[in-house]
Design a protein around this ligand. Structure first.
Ligand SMILES: Nc1ncnc2c1ncn2[C@@H]1O[C@H](COP(=O)(O)OP(=O)(O)OP(=O)(O)O)[C@@H](O)[C@H]1O
Length: 530
């Protein structure tokens, strides 16, 4: 009998497996937890080419983020949609860009994070071009292009250059040709462009020790470029692949760092929407840094207070957008997979999946598409099986983060820290059947975390994390998969690329859609981070 982790955990022992003659495709749980436990990876419902999608150790396969095939989603009736297709590609894009800009201005936190520098950041004096950067090796590959380690020819500093091919953004793989309603096609294009701008806009306005930094962005006739801080310790995914699972103290430490980043994003009105080990990088000291903001979104505004008409329209758009079935299915909250309205609380569910993955070796529900995963979640009345060998503290946190009903899930943003006026140590007691109301930071699993130092960034600057990556030479990118570092980048790195000198040579050209993409961080920001 083959046991699936999703279906049967309790009572499974090595002896059970040996009796059944099961040796292949099994995942070893570290001896520290239970030397006897071996269990199947539970992917029997996958097609052959995906059977080894998750475990065993060393066979983890990278999961791609996607804008998933949609269930019929009923958007709110009064939704204003922006079109960029009306004979003038630039007009719509400018509207999108200005919408994004104004939506970020209305976010007080995001604005204050860059209070002094924001105006001149948005109007850089001199633009960088691809010729300024010498390619060294490929670090990773995403949906729209490669991420390449590059060296600034002038300063000799290393950066990660994320390239996005304009053609891939403009041409939709899922285009249904003549059958597709032109309005839907335009809407899809709007979304893809909006997401491209969102990554650049969000990263250019935020500064947090656990979030990757953006130094420059620019574009030429074929590509968009983001020049990011190079995070040399590789993906958490890579380290999980090496180790299988992580110890509870290590998991609690990463959970705390991710939570600080998510809380900061939420306070700034941003939903991250793509938390997974592939998007968590380790810096040289072993601290976790979130990357890939391509699916992040300004959140539905909770306070609809005194708004002008145009601001209210923006909020409606936000509410609409947060119906998008988007992300990586294994880590996406059930409400996203169902295609119903959701909010920032979805990121806390994904945190539960990430913790589960670090502790168990795979996310709680797996399958080859979001419908299979959603079916499993829906069938699972009691919630995911939480292995008995985990500590009570870990079980408790997983149980509250992985609630499929978002109204019962731990509202971590609300119950983040101890309120000084709250006399009850450890927060209020939970009411049965209701949402958990005790404070996140005071949970037992975080007893070793110095939140004050972590939230201020001093911990990240002055101490080492639980896994310190081995780095002998930053240019070797030793903590990145050979699959990528051995790739050629010549085709992707055209030294003869023609830069766009001014916006005036763009009228009527598709590049006009990307007008306003270029950005340069302020001198003080650059200095602070080098
Ligand atoms: N700042 C960075 N430093 C080092 N490596 C990076 C950096 N940014 C990205 N990478 C590497 O490149 C990979 C792909 O980057 P990213 O996830 O941003 O691309 P993407 O197109 O959004 O990918 P996907 O389509 O899978 O979501 C990352 O998983 C990581 O390995």
């Amino acid at each position: 009998m083959v046991f699936s982790l999703d279906e049967e955990m309790d009572g499974l022992t090595l002896q059970d497996d040996v009796r059944q003659g099961l040796t292949a495709n099994t995942l070893q749980v570290p001896a520290a937890y239970n030397p006897e436990v071996v269990f199947d990876d539970g992917n029997n419902d996958l097609p052959d080419d995906q059977l080894n999608l998750h475990s065993p150790i060393g066979n983890r396969t990278r999961r791609r983020s996607s804008v998933l095939a949609k269930f019929p989603v009923l958007s709110p009736a009064h939704t204003r949609r922006v079109s960029i297709s009306n004979n003038s590609p630039g007009a719509g894009a400018s509207l999108l860009t200005s919408q994004l800009a104004s939506s970020f201005k209305s976010s007080t936190g995001a604005e204050s994070a860059f209070k002094e520098e924001a105006p001149q950041d948005m109007r850089p004096k001199s633009m960088r071009t691809i010729q300024d950067f010498r390619p060294i090796r490929v670090l990773g590959r995403g949906a729209y292009g490669k991420v390449i380690l590059v060296k600034d020819q002038f300063s000799q500093k290393l950066y990660a250059m994320k390239q996005l091919k304009k053609a891939e953004i403009l041409i939709n793989d899922n285009d249904k040709g003549e059958d597709q309603d032109p309005a839907d096609r335009n809407k899809d294009l709007d979304k893809r462009i909006e997401r491209t701008f969102a990554e650049r806009t969000i990263l250019s306005q935020l500064e947090h020790p656990n979030i990757v930094k953006l130094f420059y962005s620019f574009h030429d006739h074929s590509k968009l470029y983001l020049i990011l801080q190079f995070i040399p310790g590789g993906e958490l995914f890579y380290h999980l692949k090496e180790r299988g699972t992580l110890e509870e103290d290590t998991v609690a430490f990463y959970a705390a760092e991710v939570s600080c980043a998510l809380k900061f994003l939420h306070d700034n009105g941003i939903v991250y929407r793509d938390l997974k080990p592939e998007n968590c990088l380790l810096d040289q000291r072993g601290h976790l840094v979130l990357t890939d903001f391509g699916l992040s979104k300004k959140s539905a505004t909770e306070t609809q207070g005194d708004k002008t008409d145009s601001e209210s329209d923006l909020d409606k758009d936000d509410i609409y957008t947060l119906h998008s079935i988007i992300g990586t299915p294994e880590y996406a909250a059930p409400e996203i997979l169902q295609g119903v309205a959701y909010n920032k609380n979805c990121d806390w569910y994904s945190l539960g999946c990430l913790l589960y993955d670090m502790l168990v070796g795979k996310p709680p529900y797996t399958g080859n598409n979001h419908k299979v995963i959603l079916n499993k979640i829906q069938k699972d009345k009691q919630g995911p099986r939480i292995p008995y060998y985990l500590s009570d503290g870990m079980k408790d946190v997983l149980n509250w983060l992985l609630k499929k009903d978002k109204t019962k899930r731990w509202d971590v943003d609300k119950y983040w820290s101890e309120d000084p006026s709250d006399n009850q140590k450890g927060g209020k007691k939970k009411k049965p059947g209701k949402q958990r109301v005790s404070k996140f930071q005071s949970h037992f699993i975080f007893r070793k975390i110095n939140w004050k130092l972590m939230e201020s960034g001093d911990l990240q600057r002055t101490t080492l994390g639980p896994i310190v990556p081995i780095i002998t030479n930053w240019e070797l990118a030793e903590n990145f998969d050979d699959e990528f570092t051995s790739m050629s980048f010549e085709d992707d790195y055209a030294m003869n690329s023609i830069p766009i000198k001014s916006n005036s040579d763009l009228s009527g050209h598709p590049s006009d859609i990307f007008k306003g993409f270029s950005f340069k961080a302020s001198g003080s920001y650059l200095e602070r981070h080098f």
